[in-house]
Ligand binder design. Structure first.
Ligand SMILES: Nc1ncnc2c1ncn2[C@@H]1O[C@H](COP(=O)(O)OP(=O)(O)OP(=O)(O)O)[C@@H](O)[C@H]1O
Ligand SMILES: [Mg+2]
Length: 509
């Protein structure tokens, strides 16, 4: 029997970039195949070609032994190929149900859209994932996790032969991830083939049969998951050893920079306190929904405070908005790079220069040369993979966008830098670099407040760990002594085994 999916000699060139070079892969019926590789390795590009979104520069795609040439995503859907995009693809103004059935709503005898039927089917698809979302709601009103669930439900709405999941769990909680895995396993048992893209190696070991590694657009190898190891996969991906574990770098925290006492804001932040010193890295751990991000947004002036006190360098601090925060030397790298951080239509230079106009000016005049030099430094230091500093940020791979976002705020040289999920969607090599950068910033005397859902990351970075639950800070742990279990015990009723199954690479690296 022919393989479900066979790509032969696939190449894809974008201006100045070879995204894929002569890649041949074949995926069997019912197989769950992981696709792994550093940021920019070509994973999403491969998925998009198979799903009809990009045409290959050369090479062929066969489904069940037949060559296909797809015009667009809808044509792929009609053939039974579904894709869940890494960067959301929903239309915010439309309802959940309209998004799921975009362009193919069920119609009645007189051509009228059968709204009730469509909503009922949408609710069923979403229900499979163990979540309830009103199909009539507009996508704009959904949280990132809910939008991700709708994306997945949309892909499941086709009569599937092949499902491509491009980092589907980045915004999901533990429970939702478990339900997704159940659905994926059931689909595979019924003969659907799955391509699963993730930077979370533990997920690949938990879910996949085989794993193909891309490096710089080429296939570096394919392995049986049962017969490989984290170390081997990292070597195939990065070509060198990577260290993500804690490093004693002899920093001694100095003066108190941030002192937040019993802060309250809206319903999400009820009673939260934290102190961060110059040269110190404090991580806030807790479940999604514990109020971590909202607490940070309040410190950054993006949310109105209703109680408590905050001081920066001993001075009372009441930001009326984020401009006041920036003026006081407080920066924040937000969680969601797509809506609240980057100008995707602008190039790297302008994204970075936007926060530091004073540094890239000659007198009152904007200096292109200074802005380019600044951007070039970050591109080299952070190993941002791009043909030039003039590349439009929207064309960079997801992880490289994350690095530009971080660079933008590092350029500001803040006293206090708040970083919400610093390595979401970032590959292992870049992750190690981001850890190094954050430590280097702390060594320069910056106070760092980091929110992370990734426990190995918290353990690797934090001098102190503050745990939040239900809008309250419920405990403090010494970074050097904490374990995943001790953090979780404070944060949740979840068992350690659930956490371990979600832990990303680095737990024992
Ligand atoms: N539309 C585009 N125009 C120009 N270059 C592009 C475009 N799409 C992707 N690229 C480039 O192609 C290369 C591969 O990108 P791709 O998105 O496939 O990487 P990826 O493996 O999915 O990375 P990540 O882990 O960061 O998501 C990158 O160098 C990227 O900048
Ligand atoms: Mg990608």
């Amino acid at each position: 029997m022919a393989a479900r999916l066979e790509v032969q000699g696939l190449s894809k060139r974008f201006p100045g970039v070879i995204a894929l070079e002569d890649v041949s892969i074949s995926v069997e019926r019912g197989e769950i195949r992981a696709l792994l590789g550093e940021n920019g390795a070509g994973k999403s590009t491969l998925g998009k070609i198979v799903a009809g979104i990009h045409a290959p520069s050369s090479g062929t795609v066969l489904i069940d032994g037949e060559e296909v040439r797809l015009q667009d995503e809808r044509a792929a859907g009609a053939l039974g190929i579904g894709i869940v995009h890494q960067e959301g693809s929903l239309v915010p103004q439309l309802s959940v149900a309209e998004n799921i059935f975009a362009g193919r709503q069920p119609v009645g005898r007189f051509g009228q859209v059968l709204v009730d039927q469509m909503r009922a089917e949408a609710a069923r698809l979403i229900g499979q994932l163990g979540v309830a979302i009103d199909p009539a709601r507009r996508v704009a009103e959904l949280s990132a996790a809910q939008a991700q669930i709708v994306e997945i439900a949309k892909a499941l709405s086709h009569d599937l032969k092949l499902l491509i999941l491009d980092e589907p769990t980045a915004a999901l909680t533990l429970n939702e991830t478990d339900r997704l895995f159940d659905v994926v396993r059931k689909l595979a048992q019924s003969g659907v083939s799955i391509i699963y893209v993730s930077h979370r190696l533990a997920e690949i070991f938990a879910l996949c049969d085989r794993v193909s590694v891309l490096k710089d657009g080429r296939l570096a190898g394919t392995r049986d998951v049962a017969a490989t190891s984290t170390d081997e996969l990292i070597r195939l991906m990065v070509g060198r050893d990577v260290h993500l574990h804690r490093q004693a770098d002899g920093r001694v925290p100095g003066r108190v920079v941030l002192e937040a006492r019993q802060v309250a804001a809206g319903v999400m932040v009820r009673d939260a306190s934290v102190t961060v010193r110059a040269g110190e890295i404090v991580c806030i751990a807790g479940l999604i929904g514990s109020g971590r991000s909202e607490f940070c947004e309040t410190i950054f002036g993006a949310r109105k405070r209703s109680g408590g006190t905050i001081a920066i360098d001993g001075n009372a601090y009441r930001p009326g908005g984020t401009w006041d925060a920036k003026a006081a030397g407080v920066g924040m790298v937000p969680e969601d790079r797509k809506t609240s951080g980057l100008f995707l239509g602008m190039d790297i230079v302008n994204n970075i220069a936007a926060t530091v106009l004073d540094k890239v000016s000659d007198g009152a005049k904007f200096s292109q040369a200074k802005a380019e030099a600044l951007a070039q430094n970050f591109v080299v230091e952070m190993r941002i993979s791009t043909p030039s500093v003039r590349q439009v940020v929207g064309n960079l791979s997801g992880g490289n966008q994350q690095k530009v976002l971080l660079a933008k705020w590092l350029a500001m040289e803040p006293k206090l830098l708040i970083v919400d999920e610093p390595t979401r969607g970032v590959d292992v090599g870049a992750r190690a670099e981001i850890y190094r950068l954050l430590r280097a910033l702390a060594a320069k005397g910056v106070a760092l407040l980091v929110v992370s859902s990734d426990l190995p990351e918290v353990l690797a970075l934090a001098d102190r760990i503050i745990v939040m639950a239900e809008g309250r800070t419920v405990g403090t742990l010494n970074g050097g002594e904490a374990t995943e279990e001790s953090v979780l015990r404070l944060a949740t009723k979840f068992t350690a085994s659930v956490a371990a199954s979600r832990a990303t690479v680095g737990a024992d690296a």
